[in-house]
Design a binder for this molecule. Structure first.
Ligand code: PFF
Length: 469
């Protein structure tokens, strides 16, 4: 496995390929690493805590966990299965499988919708990852040492009000991402996930201990885990479901693209469970690390929005022994987690341009990265000059986030569930999952056919209706 780690899957030579010449990873663990690298990112550490905060905590968390279990995991199995069956970039995989199932051409749209959503997410993802990059220097230079909650809030507000600084860091992050995708995906990913994820996790645990000792841990647990029915709105339920897709990297081809490199006999079910479990644990621990500090400082509100992580954690690091070192390291790791996710946001589109449009890896990256960068400028400006400009009650950044997470990803996820559950021949589906026991397969197939589409359908319609009414 170590050897194969050195190469991009798209560059692995014939030795590891299946009939038809498509490369394969050497074991399912490489898939677990790559998929975890994609799944664990800003969604877990930055987004989950703040949207849980905005939606009142416990009820939101419960819906999110149910969505992971009943929609996210089953759809992830389906995506990996489709990817492995099609063995191409998501767009061409869907083309091949559509033909195989004897269906109309418009089912190809599943691949397109996902690839476009990926680029749209990348546009604002790079902006937020840029904040994390900027915070590495701030932490290391001691800007937060001994700072009060108000002082930290001012430092953050100053950063947001400076478009030039935001564009600089967005650009640096985008270049880092493109460099990895140009150079070969797995090398960056292998290192990031195998070494850095455990370190990130340990640092989160250190923060958790700090929160338990110095913050209001009891109130944080109460906030995150007590079911407060009143706080639950349909708009919040839609956001929780959208986030289940976002955090598992579903509905946009990333997991399908990685599934395409999965060895023939690797067991998809337990592999996906491992990724889903890791991803969920990181999100919950991040929440448990951040909220004790929030509740111990009355000047930060749990519903503070996108700045929550960037205000609450510097307060903790600024006031703990070793905070300078741990704090800098923490934002290095957040950046790296974001990096391994960003790679998977652009890789499906890059793979398609190379496969079908004869682009080189470099030109495909420059074109797609350039487009995402330009669109990202809208998000940069929505934190300052365009803050008041609203579309349907959202500023530009919020609109992009809503459109991708709450609309495009769930829609693609729904189509994937319908495609794999109802349109593909059951024998084909069973043969791809032949290594699963009869009972596991039957339960998954039933959930995918009935529970997931109905849940997504109801939440989607009710959520959209309530969001705009
Ligand atoms: N799962 C990533 C996160 O939680 O930060 C974000 C993401 C990556 C979403 C890749 C979608 C994707 F395809």
């Amino acid at each position: 496995m170590a050897e194969q780690q050195q190469q991009s899957p798209a560059e692995v030579d014939g030795s590891g390929s299946v009939p038809g010449g498509h490369p394969v990873w050497s074991s399912r663990w490489t898939f677990v690493l790559a998929a975890t690298g994609s799944a664990v990112g800003l969604g877990n550490i930055w987004k989950f805590p703040y949207i849980a905060g905005e939606n009142g905590g416990g009820a939101f968390v419960l819906v999110y966990l149910l969505c992971i279990l009943l929609v996210g995991i089953p759809v992830m199995v389906a995506e990996v299965m489709l990817g492995r069956r099609g063995r191409q970039s998501p767009i061409n995989t869907m083309r091949r499988l559509t033909t195989e199932a004897g269906l109309e051409r418009h089912w190809h749209a599943i691949g397109w919708l996902g690839v476009i959503a990926g680029l749209m997410i990348l546009s604002y993802y790079a902006v937020i990852a840029g904040w994390a990059l900027n915070y590495i220097g701030k932490m290391a230079s001691g800007a937060f040492q001994g700072a009060s909650a108000d002082q930290v809030a001012i430092i953050f507000a100053d950063l947001l009000s400076d478009p030039k600084a935001l564009i600089l860091w967005q650009t640096v992050f985008m270049i880092l991402t493109l460099l990895v995708v140009i150079g070969g995906v797995t090398r960056g990913l292998g290192v990031a996930v195998r070494i850095l994820m455990p370190v990130l996790f340990v640092l989160l645990l250190i923060l958790l201990v700090f929160g338990i000792q110095r913050g209001d841990f009891a109130q944080a647990v109460n906030f995150l885990f007590s079911f407060n029915y009143e706080a639950l709105t349909w708009a919040g339920v839609l956001e929780a479901m959208g986030h289940a897709f976002f955090t598992l990297s579903l509905g946009m081809g990333a997991i399908m693209a990685y599934g395409a490199y999965m060895p023939e006999h690797a067991r998809i079910g337990r592999t996906v469970l491992a990724v889903g479990f890791l991803d969920t644990v990181v999100a919950l621990v991040a929440g448990l690390a951040i909220f004790p500090i929030v509740f111990a400082n009355p000047s930060i509100a749990p519903g503070a929005g996108p700045g929550l992580l960037f205000v609450s954690l510097p307060i903790a690091f600024g006031n703990m022994t070793g905070g300078l070192l741990f704090g800098s390291l923490f934002f290095v790791l957040v950046t790296l987690a974001a990096w391994s996710s960003a790679i998977s946001l652009i890789e499906p589109a890059v793979a398609y341009l190379i496969e079908s449009k004869k682009f080189t890896r470099i030109t495909a990256n420059l074109l797609l990265g350039g487009i995402a960068w330009i669109v990202g400028l809208g998000s940069v400006l929505s934190f300052n000059i365009w803050a008041e400009k609203q579309v349907a009650g959202f500023n530009f950044f919020e609109f992009m986030d809503f459109l991708t997470s709450s609309v495009m990803l769930p829609l693609t996820g729904l189509f994937i569930a319908l495609f794999a559950g109802w349109l593909m021949r059951p024998e084909t589906v069973r043969s791809e999952l032949a290594d699963e026991s009869g009972r596991v397969f039957a339960s998954w197939y039933w959930i995918l056919r009935y529970v997931s589409p109905i849940a997504v359908g109801i939440i989607f319609v009710m959520g959209l209706y309530k969001t705009f009414s």
